[in-house]
Design a protein. Structure first.
Length: 97
C-alpha cells in the first residue's frame, strides 16, 4: 500500500501541472479573441487617432505572462523546501516560546 502512495504523489503533481498548462492555453485563447475583438471595434469606429485597446492588452497581458510562468517555468515545491520550512518554523517557535 505504501508503494501506491509513493507512486500517487508524483502522478498527482504531474496531473496538476498538466491542468495548469491546459488552463493556460484556454486563457491565452480567450485573451487573443477578446483583444482581437477590441481591435476590430477600434478599427470599425473610425477613432484611429488613439489605439485605446493597448490598455486592456497590456494589463491583461501581464496576467497572461504570470499565468505562463506558473504553468511552465515556476519550480515546484520539493521535499527539501518543505523540510526547510518546517525547520524555520520550529526555530521561530523556540525563539519566541
Amino acid at each position: 500500500m505504501a508503494t501506491d502512495t509513493r507512486e500517487q504523489a508524483p502522478r498527482d503533481k504531474a496531473v496538476q501541472q498538466l491542468k495548469k498548462r491546459r488552463d493556460f492555453y484556454g486563457h491565452l485563447l480567450l485573451y487573443t479573441l477578446v483583444n482581437a475583438f477590441l481591435v476590430v471595434i477600434w478599427a470599425v469606429t473610425g477613432l484611429h487617432g488613439f489605439f485605446w485597446p493597448l490598455f486592456p492588452m497590456v494589463g491583461w497581458g501581464i496576467i497572461v505572462v504570470l499565468n505562463a510562468w506558473d504553468a511552465f517555468w515556476r519550480p515546484g515545491i520539493t521535499e527539501g523546501d518543505i523540510e526547510h520550512e518546517i525547520k524555520r518554523q520550529q526555530e521561530h517557535e523556540h525563539g519566541h516560546g
